[in-house]
Design a protein around this ligand. Structure first.
Ligand SMILES: Cc1cc2nc3c(=O)[nH]c(=O)nc-3n(C[C@H](O)[C@H](O)[C@H](O)COP(=O)(O)OP(=O)(O)OC[C@H]3O[C@@H](n4cnc5c(N)ncnc54)[C@H](O)[C@@H]3O)c2cc1C
Length: 605
């Protein structure tokens, strides 16, 4: 008897009476998702440390809709008669519909891959609906939906789902929370086996792939190729070391996989179905760009948000932000920006990554600005918001590029720190980001050398961090010092630290060098926009008459707040000249710029 059959027999149980088996609190009563044994095995062997606290209680995964609400949900869909065995969607399908079950029942199945047999992950009865977060992200389907008992389903296409989200607050709240809860539950279930990533634990290419998967909240399992489980998975999938990192999906294996190739396969690259120009394209999905997307989309603008790497920006590299308004106990940057991503999706913003902007045509074609993407696509929009932030500087040392991602990191989160737990590490930099990283790594059992070039750690760092660092038994602060040498094989193993006061050099073991030594604006792709000597973009009152070309005379107005020297192009967050380089400031600027975008679009019309 299968788990699903057992569930059918349990139909008298209150949680199964009407609706879907998504309604179980998943981990507590996991029968619809996987056996308890499977879940324990998955959590213990692969998912450790990756599964954060759910954003919404998993109990909301399958809401019980009252008759009136259910009838309202049906009005968004189109009816379809079904028969046992009909397939309603299958892995790889694009732009799938939300499926509302009016009569009969359906099941959701993870199809077999090279190393795992098929498994049913959920069953949905009359009164419930099938769908999870990819209905909003645009990700291709990775599961199969099949009719168990014939009847009637209503298909709600993506466009109608967006209307529901925008127009019906009560229904949208219930559906949206259910989609998020299902994503959380599926990530913890055998459904995660629908996408398996395998690679060397400390390889830069594997780290890039895992960072992308984590930031996109992709349902997946990670296998370290150096473990017995990893080797077994590689063998059953026919993979060799030369193929790593690799991604195994139903019916497809990506060898030497990159975030770009994975995004392409999953349908998360930029694609536009409408031929209409976009109202506002936002380049960069850090806090500033995300805030602009949330406010733009929620205020009815057709909004596209792109990021060259993945959503979250620098903030996603912060393990703990303590100075963000309203969060007295702090929160991780990934949590904060993850919530913002969901908010932007809920309001209908289109997100695409990895998706790099390579050029902006600053001479408007008619009323439109043309943005060029790597890969050749173009996006025509009425306004563009530049929120590309800043890039971390590197040290000019021999072998630095060899160790980037293989012992040298510009972030200190679970993903980077994992390979260094309990081993000695070096943090370089004297500002808050370096202080936070040092404390985080010391908290994970590493002996931390904090290397600061200046004479005094308190010069650039907040007092609360300085006090904690000085009191921490595993942190050694080394002022007037510099890292002057790197050594290792495939991975960083040792660093040389020179003490400029004593004139001595010391070589010490180092499994991770975390570098936070300031940043440069990510503007190399832009030309023709007024910037300061340091390259950061100037806007509104920072612009002089000399910066403003003839286009402004025709428009008959001065630049609006956050508007650059090019009409309709805005700059917000860290990329903006004189910005505060803080999350709160970046989100404030992103949100405020949307008021100017509205005005600019109105003056162009
Ligand atoms: C480790 C660390 C800890 C920090 N801690 C704190 C803290 O505790 N409190 C605090 O207030 N601030 C903190 N900060 C600073 C804060 O994260 C930044 O000020 C904030 O993220 C800036 O947001 P942003 O959106 O302007 O830019 P970013 O966060 O830098 O985001 C820019 C985004 O643009 C993308 N991009 C760049 N070029 C392109 C292109 N050509 N095409 C498409 N996309 C592109 C990038 O991939 C990136 O995702 C910390 C930073 C770090 C690194």
């Amino acid at each position: 008897m299968t788990a699903m059959d057992e569930l059918s027999r349990a139909a008298g149980a209150p949680w199964a009476a009407r609706g879907s088996m998504f309604s179980q609190p998943g981990l507590a009563r996991p029968v619809a998702w996987a056996t308890a044994h499977d879940l324990d095995r998955l959590r213990a062997s692969h998912a450790r440390g990756r599964l954060g606290k759910p954003l919404v209680p998993t109990s909301v995964a399958s809401p019980r809709l009252g008759d009136e609400l259910f009838a309202r949900l049906l009005t968004y869909g189109t009816p379809q008669e079904t028969h046992r065995g009909d397939v309603l969607f299958r892995p790889g399908d694009e732009n799938v519909d939300l499926i509302v079950v009016d009569r009969g029942s359906v099941e959701v199945v993870r199809t077999e891959t090279a190393d795992v047999p098929a498994a049913t992950v959920a069953a949905v009865d009359a009164g419930g609906f099938v769908g999870e977060l990819n209905l909003l992200t645009g990700q291709n389907v990775y599961l199969l939906c099949r009719v168990r008992e014939g009847g009637t389903v209503y298909r709600v296409p993506p466009e109608r789902l967006r209307q529901l989200m925008a127009n019906d607050v009560e229904l949208s709240d219930i559906v949206f929370k259910a989609l998020i809860a299902r994503r959380e539950l599926l990530q913890r279930s055998t459904a995660a086996q629908a996408m398996e990533i395998v690679g060397a634990d400390r390889s830069a290419a594997a780290l890039a792939l895992r960072t992308y998967a984590a930031r996109q909240r992709l349902i997946h399992l990670w296998f370290d190729a150096d473990t017995p489980a990893g080797r077994a998975m590689m063998e059953s999938s026919g993979l060799t070391e030369d193929d790593l990192p690799a991604v195994v999906l139903p019916g497809a294996t990506l060898k030497q996989a990159t975030p770009g190739a994975l995004a392409e396969k999953l349908g998360l690259s930029y694609r536009r179905s409408s031929t209409k120009p976009v109202d506002v394209t936002i380049v960069g999905a850090g806090p500033a760009g995300l805030a602009a997307a949330v406010y733009g989309a929620s205020e009815g603008l057709d909004t596209v948000l792109l990021d060259a790497v993945g959503t979250g920006g620098q903030a996603a590299a912060s393990s703990r932000i303590e100075n963000y308004f309203g969060f007295p106990f702090g929160l991780s940057g990934a949590d904060l920006t993850g919530r913002a991503v969901l908010q932007a999706l809920k309001f209908g913003a289109q997100l695409a990554s990895p998706c790099q902007a390579v050029k902006l045509n600053t001479d408007r074609k008619g009323d439109l600005l043309r943005l060029h993407l790597q890969g050749g696509e173009v996006i025509d929009s009425k306004a563009v918001v530049i929120a590309t932030g800043a890039r971390y500087r590197a040290l000019p040392l021999e072998r630095w590029p060899d160790f980037e991602g293989a012992g040298i990191y510009y972030a200190a989160t679970e993903l980077e720190a994992r390979g260094c737990t309990g081993s000695p590490v070096t943090v370089v930099g004297g500002a808050n980001s370096a202080g936070q990283a040092a404390l985080y790594l010391a908290g994970r059992g590493s002996e931390v050398s904090l290397v600061v070039r200046g004479p005094d750690i308190a010069a650039e760092m907040s007092a609360y961090l300085v006090d904690r660092l000085q009191a921490h038994p595993r942190v050694t602060v080394r002022c007037r010092s510099e890292v002057t040498r790197l050594d290792g094989g495939d991975f960083l193993e040792e660093v040389g630290i020179t003490d400029r006061t004593a004139g001595t050099a010391q070589v010490q073991p180092c499994s991770g060098l975390f570098c936070f030594i300031g940043a440069e604006p990510a503007t190399s792709w832009l030309t023709g926009i007024a910037a300061g000597d340091d390259g950061f973009i100037r806007t509104d009152v920072q612009l002089t008459d000399d910066d403003l070309g003839p286009a402004w005379a025709t428009l008959g107005r001065r630049p609006l707040p956050f508007e650059t020297s090019i009409p309709g192009v805005f700059a917000v967050g860290d990329v903006h000249s004189g910005s505060m380089k803080r999350v709160a400031a970046a989100t404030g600027e992103g949100a405020s710029a949307i008021a100017s975008v509205h005005k600019a679009i109105a003056t162009l019309a």
